[in-house]
Design a protein around this ligand. Structure first.
Ligand code: BG6
Length: 296
């Protein structure tokens, strides 16, 4: 652990130079470098708070137990803030394990935990369930895997949503294409939450985009830049993906989004389980995550 208090973070580096940096606050991955450490793959706003004062604008915030604004009333998450409490809670560092594999090369896994006991009083009151989250981040030569394990440790069942709000870094959004969503239904939050079916095999971005694609049959969403593969985002036991870019006006309205033209250098590909609710009975466990491959 490097640093103290709310800005404490855990870092890991492979012998070949690749690295990852995780803030204990939110267990937020704030940097992931591949290509021998030469290529940063995550966008992090220059004005992102990395001192635990608010959710990090960039990297990979963890969204749990509700995605977006919670249902106005009548749901157990209704008193929670947008995107829940995981991204604004301080997680415990559970430890590091390394492995060497002749075929796959070196990798290092970092584990983080968040339990009911680690929540602020406000969060505990707003969502009074006993749970345990273990979040595992595995750095390999050309990939980063992030997996959540959710366990119901109480007597009562609970419902939740989960999402990995990954800000992928790109050179130029006008040259980006997102593939692997053809034929998938989505809710367009920019167009009054209307429902559509994706008719493009390559989705391009030339304005504000905020779409929730759900029940995606394909495992992989690919990001291309200039026609060349840049990232593959592979879902594991998660069926939904949000594609988000705030574009000019929205970026201007987000205080901690800097530089203001930074929207040109990012696209959020957010895998999750956000269509309806995942339900866990006493003692039950849910596991889901992603592998992001950097293809440079
Ligand atoms: C996305 C949502 O996941 O997150 C957007 O679909 C939202 O609607 C964006 O604007 C950023 O959310 P926040 O709370 O980090 O500003």
């Amino acid at each position: 652990i490097v640093g103290e208090g709310a800005s404490a973070k855990v870092t890991a580096t492979l012998p070949s130079g690749e690295s990852v940096e995780v803030l204990l606050y939110g267990a937020t991955v704030t940097s992931w470098k591949s290509n021998g450490g030469k290529t940063e793959n995550l966008f992090l706003s220059e004005a992102a708070a990395v001192d635990g004062s608010k959710a990090v604008r960039g990297g990979i915030p963890v969204v749990f137990p509700v995605f977006g604004p919670p249902p106005k009333s009548g749901h157990a998450t209704s008193a929670l803030p947008q995107h829940g409490f995981a991204r604004t809670s301080r997680w415990e560092y559970l430890g590091k394990s390394s492995s060497e594999d002749a075929l796959d090369g070196n990798s290092v896994k970092l584990d983080f935990g968040l339990y009911t006991s680690g929540l602020s009083e406000d969060a505990r009151k707003a969502w009074p369930f006993d749970f345990g989250l273990v979040y595992s981040i595995t750095l390999a030569k050309d990939s980063l895997q992030t997996v959540i394990n959710v366990r119901n440790e109480g007597e009562n069942s609970f419902e939740f949503q989960f999402l990995l709000h990954t800000y992928l870094k790109v050179q130029d959004i006008s040259k980006v294409a997102v593939n692997g969503l053809l034929g998938v239904q989505y809710v367009d939050k920019v167009l009054n939450a209307s429902t559509h079916t994706e008719s493009n095999s390559s989705v391009t971005i030339s304005g504000e985009v905020d779409r929730v694609y759900s029940s995606i049959p394909q495992d992989t969403t690919s990001v291309l830049e200039d026609g060349k593969p840049r990232y593959d985002v592979v879902r594991d036991n998660l069926q939904d993906t949000v594609v988000w870019n705030p574009w000019i006006e929205k970026a201007n309205s987000i205080g901690d989004f800097q530089p203001k033209d930074g929207y040109k250098n990012m696209v959020c590909i957010e895998v999750g389980a956000v269509n309806g609710w995942q339900k866990l009975e006493k003692g039950e466990v849910f596991e889901g995550g992603q592998v992001i491959k950097s293809l440079l």
